[in-house]
Write a protein that binds this ligand. Structure first.
Ligand SMILES: *Cc1c(COP(=O)(O)O)cnc(C)c1O
Length: 467
């Protein structure tokens, strides 16, 4: 039977109370936070859509799993359960736990990337690219052009453009490319999927060039859902089957289990090659912990293993993506410019089109995120020029085409009424968009600046000559 509702396949057993704030509270809070939503205290936030990272609700099964923690320093039973679950659901033979995704990226980049090499990927991710750069590499964007166009309705904006890959090989030679990094449900493109067809072709391309294929699998289940919904011939396959196939087309993976796998902290590096595994085991002890816990408690590995099994459930993923789509379509129906199609984990507001009067140098997305918080206590995140950072060699701003505000929906946390309140907040900000001022840095960190940067408003008198 075709289901038209995305109603949740769970009910609520425990609630966490949240505080409603007044306009004055919020004015004080955003000023103190330097107009950066990352610097707000969570108790000053009503609906927290900063990120879906580690903010999900664990199931009763996962909470029960915490009680099964085997906190042995070495060889915890929970590690073996995690390793077996990763192999069963994701195909990778070896698993190295890490404290979160970037811990895995660090180890991966240190082992595979060396000075003067190039790492192509389907759009950058902030921490992923930085680890590649710290290891001496240069990231090269090989995603299709449609991914940079918020209005393009391409069903698989996460696809790789083979002409761009070929051009890179032509320019630098295959020997300078240690691996291709492929993200499923590309975060920075708006939670946009890669198609199975594109991935299968990429596998063949990598085989021909003798280049490894590494998978940033943070949102693989959400990607599998879009494949099931949109790709010809995939409708009758389960999410679990599609997830397994995606993983088995790649050689290794980094995972932030704070996303798809619904735990509050954790991640891993996984691979099939025993030599690579040996190297990863040697490095993980330096940065994370012994190779059988890598910065995770035994109980957290248990909850993660359970979360993986829940994440590939068809009903779960339909409700998860359904809720995001619900918010997205409420905004679209009222004419709010958002990235289309609606992605898997978030709705991305097109700040460039909402704040047409602000040049990118005055950080429209950062300004919009601050304005939305002020209006309704909804916390969102800038994904534009501030997140893009500076070029590590020239020191100039990276200037992305996408200047977005991300409304990220944590898994299994908020209700449909919360989505309605969020939409109303966006409508209210849209109504007075032309009054929203731009921002300028008062403090700019050197790396991953978006996390801790501080700003102040650029008043109109600074940019428009007085009449
Ligand atoms: C979150 C994320 C990471 C990094 O993972 P952390 O657990 O935050 O360290 C890497 N890649 C993508 C696509 C992500 O969304």
């Amino acid at each position: 039977m075709a289901r038209h509702s995305w109603a949740e396949p769970y009910k609520i057993k425990m609630v966490e109370l949240i505080r409603m704030t007044s306009r004055e509270d919020r004015e004080r809070a955003i000023r103190e936070a330097g107009y950066n939503t990352f610097l707000l205290r969570s108790e000053d936030v009503y609906i927290d859509l900063l990120t879906d990272s580690g903010a999900g609700a664990m199931s009763d099964q996962q909470w029960a799993g915490l009680m099964l923690g085997d906190e042995a320093y070495a060889g915890s039973r929970n590690f073996y359960r995690l390793r077996d679950t990763v192999e069963e659901y994701y195909s990778y033979r070896y698993t190295v736990p890490t404290h979160q995704g970037r811990g895995a990226e660090n180890i991966l980049s240190q082992i595979l990337v060396s000075d003067g090499q190039y790492v192509p990927g389907n759009m950058y991710f902030t921490t992923t690219r930085l680890h590649q750069e710290l290891a001496g590499g240069t990231f090269v964007d090989v995603i299709i052009d449609e991914a940079h166009d918020p209005e393009s309705q391409h069903p698989f904006k996460g696809n790789v453009d083979f002409a761009k890959l070929d051009a890179l090989v032509e320019r630098v030679g295959a020997a300078k490319i240690p691996y291709v990094c492929i993200a499923t449900c590309v975060n920075m493109a708006g939670g946009q999927p890669i198609s199975l067809e594109n991935l299968r072709q990429l596998r063949k391309w990598c085989n021909r060039q003798h280049i490894m294929l590494v998978h940033d699998m943070t949102r693989v289940a959400e990607n599998a859902y879009f494949i099931q919904q949109r790709e010809p011939g995939q409708q009758d396959r389960s999410i679990r089957e599609i997830v397994y196939e995606i993983c088995s087309l790649t050689d290794a993976a980094t995972m932030s289990s704070k996303k798809d796998a619904m735990v509050n902290i954790g991640g891993f590096l996984a691979m099939n090659d025993p030599g690579f595994y040996e190297q990863a085991c040697a490095l993980v002890v330096v940065y994370e912990g012994l190779h059988t816990y890598g910065g995770m408690a035994g109980r957290d590995m248990e909850a993660l293993a359970i979360g993986i099994t829940e994440s590939v459930d068809d009903d779960h993923i339909q409700a998860r993506v359904g809720q995001v789509k619900y918010l997205g379509h409420r905004l679209i129906d009222s004419g709010v410019p958002v990235v289309r199609p609606i992605g898997g984990h978030a709705v991305f507001l097109d700040a460039r089109r909402i704040l047409r009067h602000l040049p990118q140098a005055h950080f429209p997305a950062q300004s919009l995120a601050a304005a939305l918080y002020l209006d309704s206590g909804v916390r969102s995140m800038e994904r534009g020029i501030v997140s893009a950072g500076r070029d590590s060699t020239t020191g100039e701003h990276h200037v992305p085409e996408l200047e977005l505000v991300r409304l990220t929906i944590p898994r299994r946390v908020y209700t449909q009424a919360h989505m309605d309140v969020t939409a109303e907040g966006v409508f209210s900000v849209m109504e007075r968009a032309d009054k929203i001022e731009g921002l300028r840095f008062t403090y700019e960190p050197r790396m991953l600046r978006f996390f801790q940067a501080r700003f102040e408003p650029v008043s109109y008198s600074d940019c428009i000559p007085a009449q």
